[in-house]
Write a new protein. Structure first.
Length: 245
């Protein structure tokens, strides 16, 4: 049975990714710092699910996730670095500590995850998928450090795709547009008029609506599957056409 590790699986896109893998018959190891909603995600996904509570910005969490997957399920075929946080602040309002914390969660955690899973992925000729953002491809206003972390995530995926190609490990980025999740609510609630901001976000998408976590998860499942066996180093927008303009 194929096995996936999904970080940030307690809510939003990560919860959708966990459900997509489990529905497709994969075993899943779910990682998040938030224990109660993580247990909620695991409920109903069947017997082949394990959870780990921890901060992905710490190396030990990523090492423990790989150990858990190997011990419990015997192999790792796909690793998904999804955990992430936003920072809706202009640059003049941003402290050095906030910058460091954002890069630790959105970028450094991907390095720890990749390092922890490298050998196991080489054994299965598996894949790593990072959840970046359309803001890794085009910029947006009001969150410059978040945008910078997502640009870094896209380039990390491309660079690792090259470095790991000879080992048969594929590495890709999924670049969601605006997805209806708790993170989006946090971002919109920080705006002066949240209701107007939500309407603006919907109207700004060529498809005229926000994405669902399941729509992002479908792209991750595809990139993790044998159907994508010759796809590596791509940054796949799942953005309703936003970056086509
Ligand atoms: N929602 C969007 O519109 C959107 C758009 C583009 C990209 N993304 C990206 O998708 C990913 C998921 O976003 P979401 O909208 O589902 O967010 P969310 O806030 O709804 O869920 C994120 C999950 O990650 C977990 N998490 C955060 N920091 C963590 C840490 N340090 N250690 C362990 N777990 C941690 C949270 O507890 C939460 O369960 C993020 O990387 C985000 O940047 C989201």
């Amino acid at each position: 049975m194929s096995t996936a590790i999904v970080t940030g699986a307690a809510k939003g896109i990560g919860r959708g990714i966990a459900a997509a893998f489990a529905t497709a018959g994969w075993s899943v190891v779910l990682v998040d710092r938030d224990a109660a909603p993580l247990a909620e995600t695991a409920k109903g996904l069947g017997a082949n699910v394990a959870t780990l509570t921890g901060d992905v910005a710490e190396r030990k969490t990523n090492d423990a996730a790989v150990r858990l997957a190997t011990e419990k399920f015997g192999r790792i075929d796909a690793v998904v670095g999804n955990a992430g946080v936003t920072l809706p602040k202009l640059i003049d309002e941003t402290s050095g500590d906030e910058f460091d914390r954002l890069f630790a969660i959105n970028v450094k955690a991907l390095m720890y995850l990749a390092q922890a899973a490298h050998r196991a992925l080489a054994q299965t000729r598996g894949s790593l998928t990072v959840i970046a953002s359309k803001t890794g491809l085009v910029a947006q206003r009001n969150s410059p450090i978040y945008v910078a972390t997502k640009g870094a995530a896209v380039q990390l995926a491309r660079a690792l795709a090259l470095d790991w190609a000879t080992e048969g490990i594929r590495v890709n980025a999924v670049c969601p547009g605006i997805v209806d999740t708790p993170m989006l609510k946090e971002f919109i609630d920080a705006m002066p008029d949240p209701a107007a901001s939500r309407r603006e976000h919907e109207a700004a998408q060529p498809l005229g609506r926000l994405a669902t976590p399941a729509e992002c998860a479908a792209a991750v499942l595809f990139l993790s599957s044998p159907a994508a066996s010759f796809i590596t180093g791509v940054a796949l927008p799942v953005d309703g056409g936003f970056t086509a303009e």
